[in-house]
Ligand binder design. Structure first.
Ligand SMILES: [Zn+2]
Length: 56
């Protein structure tokens, strides 16, 4: 019985750590996949954009 409780606690910590890491990755990479960084002015622009609205 104690073993099961320990197992659940370990699983909970592991799941929380994975969720936190995924959240951090989403923030660092940008949650919206259609947005990327302009190589010229480093502004966030649409992935589809051919001409940057910031540096033209
Ligand atoms: Zn630009």
């Amino acid at each position: 019985m104690v073993e099961y409780m320990l197992l659940w606690i370990v699983c909970g910590i592991g799941a929380a750590a994975i969720a936190a890491r995924q959240k951090a990755e989403m923030i660092s990479t940008g949650s919206d996949e259609s947005i990327r960084k302009c190589p010229y002015c480093a502004e966030q622009i649409l992935k589809e954009a051919r001409v940057c609205k910031h540096c033209g």
